[in-house]
Design a protein. Sequence first.
Lengths: 302, 240
Amino acid sequence: MGEWPLIAGQIFNGFSVASLYVLAALGLALSFGLMRVINMAHGEMLMLGGYLAYLTLQVVPGPLGILAAMPVAFLGAAAVGAVLETTLIKRLSARPLDTLLATWGVSLILQQAARNIFGAIGVDVRAPQWLNHAYTVQSGLLEGLTIPATRLFILAVAFAVMGALSLLLARTRIGLLVRAVNQDRGMAAAAGINVRAVDLSVFCLGTGIAGLAGVVLALLGPVTPNVGQSYVVPAFLVVVLGGLGSLKGTAIASLIVGLFSALVQILVDVSLAQVLLLLFVIGFIQFRPQGVVAVRSRALDA
Amino acid sequence: MSEPLLTLTGAATSYGQSQVLWDIDMAVPAGGAVALIGRNGVGKTTLLKTIIGAQRLTAGRMTFQGRDVSALGPHQRARAGIGYVPQGRHIFPHLTVRENLETGLSALAGRGGGAMKAGVPDHIFDLFPKLAQIINRKGGVLSGGEQQQLAIGRALAGQPSLLLLDEPTEGIQPSVVQQIEDALRRIRADLGVTVLIVEQYLDFAWSFADSYRVMQRGRIIRAGSTREETAAEVAHLVNI
């Protein structure tokens, strides 16, 4: 076995990690892009999605349980997002630091609540049989390359979510309203658009996607009270790198971060890879502070 | 005489701590056209922003179609029938001309009759044939004149009964100014829309509007009829 399968394997891992980051980061990018809100409790929406997947599988244990868990987690996290938006974020709008602090508090509360309900040790979401295998390349240059089905599934979910979101923004009436509000909030209201309702819908959509991300995360490891924390930091990194609030930038930045960490890990260990990743992002932002995709107005053009 | 379409009574507003409008009393009759004139910075734009609800009233009240709308937010006032063409046009730069016009349909929400589903009304393209030719271009790349036509078209898409215009020919090339002025006359005559217009050019203000209000330092200091007085009689209050 040569080096090619290893490199190809890491490239695939890079895409796979990127797909997780993009799912974790999209909600942040959406709500930041539209409302300039930084939701520190975003990671807990991932966690919530994971626990909802666990609970759904208790009720629907069969092979399709995981598919049932996805809408449940999406709607559950979106509903919690709606409560968070209407009770807290709406009241603190135009006060970014207060929003940061308050949502951080919510994050701690949700983590402790999960600890009390489910315990500090994680719960397991077992991948169904149809995801519980791997494809191995049997011959040729990439002989020995192994691709787990769960990773392919996550990649497919990420593409599906990106595609659906792009269509929603580009082709639907609500997408048009979101883009209008994003470009000129005051004028949008004067044209008759209910800006508050658009804000709320987008925030819920963002938390819903995070819930969905929580389901696919649960396929990779146990769902713990602080599972969200390990993904929300790279998600923030991705949003900053991508150009704050740009969806295209978020996707590209996820890919950059995913591939960078995966490929660097061929040469160095995981901790050093993290260090190099941070240095890379800092360096990148030094030279291109606007991120991968410059957002001229508050353009959320997908 | 029938009830005015819009009334302001003792209206005032502030930006933070500093008050910018004092004790505004104004009635705009249905079907009429009122020109708001005055030097720069006297509060004309702020008055329009107060009428659309972007600026909160700190005192006084406002009625529209006989209903107290003082507490309503901007989108609710737009849906009640107040269309707004702001200074600087505020076209959505990354939306196409068609999409910009479609945002205006939002003002039809809750009015029933499937008006929203019917899409952008044809009479907008009759008024501004140019918009039909550039329907798929992004708002941000249009010329000033095209953007102004689009801004008026977007307001008309919501089928307003009152149209607020903030210096609609400012910074527009002369060849297009005439087109826009003609369109505004047709909006009054053919569509029966009531107009409140902020206008620097007294000649156009006088030929277009029935009455005028002169503003100075956040107050209306003079009101009168453009039919009974000449522009020259009030010009000294407006010119620097």
